[in-house]
Write a protein that binds this ligand. Structure first.
Ligand SMILES: Cc1cc2nc3c(=O)[nH]c(=O)nc-3n(C[C@H](O)[C@H](O)[C@H](O)COP(=O)(O)OP(=O)(O)OC[C@H]3O[C@@H](n4cnc5c(N)ncnc54)[C@H](O)[C@@H]3O)c2cc1C
Length: 491
């Protein structure tokens, strides 16, 4: 059991403390436990491995998603975002698509942020290690209509289409990725690196939040945390550690550093992939809720735009209708004939994270750059064209107050006039770059190897260290950079 058992003393000691158990934290645990270090991992959320995941999506929102998924980056056009809060972090609730960042983007990071020894070649062994850890592979056999429709659309339009690798071993297509994976087919952290590290001696304390780091004379000495013990009582813990890896994700890593008095360039450069959806109604039965998420992606416009499919369940469909009930209510009986797809943009907008006294969650703000709007419009235009090419009869964009389009030409005409900024329901599940790595000290609170400037023994290893938007799904890059950081720290 991973819950803390109160001893009356409530002090813990370790060689290496890892804060957060997601993609980054688990890769660090892999390296550190393999090296024989005494490692303590502390995770704010609950431990729900695949044989204990909730059966219903609403229970998963409550127990595995931060704030039940109701999180938003505020700004002129707010962007709803989602994060995992459970052992395994986002990898437990994600759709497990495994993509490496394109070479030119990795090269760009080296130059823009002056990252030492970072190149596609030097990162490859870490990507390979991450791919092996999660058994990244293509899915064989029939993938279902949601996948085929996207592939057919791309082929008809003469656009590049790519089959997507996923972190999975024996995915049987339960389509419950958003609620953990009841079969363990998804190779999330709680099915791979965490059990491996536990077998090597990792101590894991779930439902324990690190409140602040202890820093003395320019060196980290541990942390203060609040745990829930097995009786549900709150316990204040003092943790002593020789080294600390902050792996709390792109929002909470900067929040923890700020709460601990580390401020320089922290949380000032949040990047994300703003995404716009389209709900398409076909004549044929697509039965999206019974099939895996679309396992093809239209890559013609990458790295600026990627077009893919959203996972569908009755609940997710219901939320899609509720976004614009007046216009979409008639679709309620069309559930089997609908599917949702998205266009994700490699935007240049920047956000920031601030901590507010007494507030549990940080304040997240984000503003799209002016040039991001035409980019999103290009993405939506391509997405809608793809939907009609796939045979859609009606396509509803992710805006409020929109009756939907019945043909691609009228959609293009309207989109060319610009997106309705106040009505767009933008969202993202990809967050990064809030503590970018590099030697550009003005912009990078951590150096090229994840070391926090000015604090000995303190490292960052998660999505917040990625210098800039990768343009692809980020888990693979987060794991690769965390492996690189931990290996370097262990030398
Ligand atoms: C619905 C969804 C679908 C996605 N699909 C994909 C996909 O298909 N492919 C892909 O590559 N990416 C996908 N992503 C994104 C991917 O899952 C994340 O980018 C990745 O998990 C982030 O890794 P991380 O280590 O930075 O942080 P996280 O995985 O978010 O882990 C951070 C952990 O730290 C914990 N924590 C935070 N603060 C504290 C604290 N103070 N004390 C203790 N613990 C703390 C959190 O509870 C969390 O568990 C998806 C994300 C979501 C939400």
């Amino acid at each position: 059991l991973s819950r803390y058992t109160a001893t009356g003393d409530d002090r813990l000691e370790c060689d290496v403390l890892i804060v957060g158990s997601g993609a980054g934290g688990s890769a660090v645990a892999d390296v550190m436990t393999a090296a024989g270090r005494d490692v303590l991992m502390v995770e704010e959320g609950a431990y729900l491995p695949h044989d204990r995941v909730p059966e219903q999506l609403p229970d998963a929102f409550l127990n595995m998603w931060r704030c039940s998924g109701l999180t938003v980056a505020l700004g002129p056009a707010p962007v709803a975002y989602a994060e995992g809060r459970c052992v395994g972090g986002g990898t437990e609730i994600n759709t497990a698509i495994f993509q490496r960042a394109p070479d030119e983007i990795v090269e760009g990071w080296r130059q823009s942020h002056r990252v030492d020894d970072l190149s596609p070649l030097s990162l490859k062994p870490y990507y390979d290690r991450a791919a092996a850890a999660v058994s990244a592979r293509l899915t064989t056999g029939p993938l279902g209509r949601p996948s085929d429709l996207l592939r057919e659309a791309g082929e008809r339009l003469g656009w590049k289409v790519e089959a997507l690798r996923r972190s999975q071993r024996h995915c049987v297509g339960t389509n419950l990725c958003l609620a953990g994976c009841p079969t363990g087919g998804k190779q999330s952290m709680s099915s791979t690196l965490i059990p491996l590290a536990l077998a090597r001696g990792l101590r894991l304390v779930s439902q324990c939040r690190v409140d602040r780091l202890e820093i003395r004379s320019g060196r980290v000495s541990g942390a203060r945390a609040t745990a829930r013990d097995i009786t549900g009582r709150r316990v204040r813990l003092a943790i002593r550690a020789r080294a600390v890896f902050v792996c709390a994700g792109a929002i909470h890593t900067p929040a923890l550093l700020l709460r601990s008095g580390i401020k320089r360039a922290v949380g000032r450069s949040l990047r994300l992939h703003p995404t716009v959806k389209a709900l398409a109604r076909f004549d044929e039965t697509v039965d999206a809720a019974s099939h895996r998420v679309a396992l093809y992606s239209i890559t013609e416009f990458m790295p600026a735009i990627r077009i893919g499919g959203s996972l569908t369940t009755p609940g997710v469909f219901g939320m899609g209708l509720a976004e614009d009930w007046e216009n979409r209510r008639d679709l309620i009986d069309d559930f089997p004939r609908t599917a949702t797809y998205y266009a994700m943009a490699r935007a240049e907008g920047v956000g920031r994270i601030d901590v507010l006294p007494g507030a549990h969650e940080p304040l997240v703000r984000y503003r799209l750059k002016e040039s991001d709007w035409p980019l999103l419009a290009t993405g939506l235009d391509a997405l809608v064209k793809a939907m009609f090419a796939a045979g859609a009869r009606r396509v509803f964009p992710g805006f409020r107050q929109h009756a939907g389009w019945t043909d691609a030409a009228s959609a293009s005409q309207e989109i060319a006039r610009g997106l309705p900024r106040k009505l767009a329901n933008l969202f993202t599940i990809h967050l990064f770059s809030s503590c970018p790595m590099g030697e550009d000290e003005a912009r990078c609170p951590i150096d090229s190897w994840g070391r926090v400037r000015g604090v000995e023994g303190l490292h960052v290893a998660d999505g917040s260290m990625i210098p800039d938007a990768p343009g692809v799904n980020p888990q693979a890059t987060i794991m690769a950079l965390a492996y690189r950081t931990a290996e370097h720290a262990g030398r």
